[in-house]
Write a protein of this length. Structure first.
Length: 191
């Protein structure tokens, strides 16, 4: 039932917004009582926090798996991360939209926890970019922090405009982003 509450809430939050969705709306969608809701969650905000943590922790887990793959170059890892962020919009579009749009409704304490995990993702991406700069795969004249923020800004904003049934697939969008963002960071090849 916990998973059903989360799934129904994600759908309602994405459609109506967090503020406009009541606990009554959630339980009505499931045909259960408020008591059922409160058995699993103390409040609607605790539910929103659970949605946020699941989303960012899933991204962190995938990022760690990609970054620890010794067979891949930095560029290949960067592509994999960009693809994962875009593909996530296809797989979990509603959850992605709730994550980015409804974060403002978290309490300061909960918001801080989410921001710490979000910052960890960014710092790990920045460390990967720095590795690429050191090993010559990426240009050394760029700011690693600005490069990481640029990649994340472009990929994360895709929740707003990317449509899985649109002109390009998630793979094609990721390839385009890599060509624009990462190739722009690539070190020049000297023949």
């Amino acid at each position: 039932m916990r998973e059903k509450i989360i799934a129904a809430s994600i759908e309602l939050f994405e459609q109506k917004g967090f503020s406009e969705t009541s606990i009554q709306d959630i339980v009505d969608a499931l045909g259960v009582t408020k008591g059922t809701f409160y058995y699993y969650f103390k409040s609607k905000e605790e539910l929103l926090m659970d949605i946020h943590l699941r989303y960012i922790e899933g991204l962190l887990s995938e990022q760690a798996r990609m970054m620890n793959d010794e067979r891949r170059s930095v560029r290949e890892k960067l592509y994999a991360i960009v693809y994962m962020l875009i593909h996530n919009v296809e797989r979990q579009g509603r959850q992605a939209r709730v994550f980015f749009r409804e974060m403002k409704h978290l309490s300061e304490e909960h918001l801080q926890k989410v921001k710490e995990k979000r910052d960890l993702f960014r710092h790990q991406l920045q460390a990967l970019i720095e590795e690429g700069m050191k090993n010559g795969e990426l240009r050394r004249d760029l700011s690693p922090s600005i490069a990481a923020l640029t990649v994340l800004g472009a990929a994360n904003w895709s929740y707003h405009w990317f449509r899985p049934d649109g002109e390009l697939t998630d793979v094609e969008v990721a390839e385009q982003m890599v060509a624009i963002l990462i190739d722009g960071m690539g070190a020049p090849h000297i023949p």
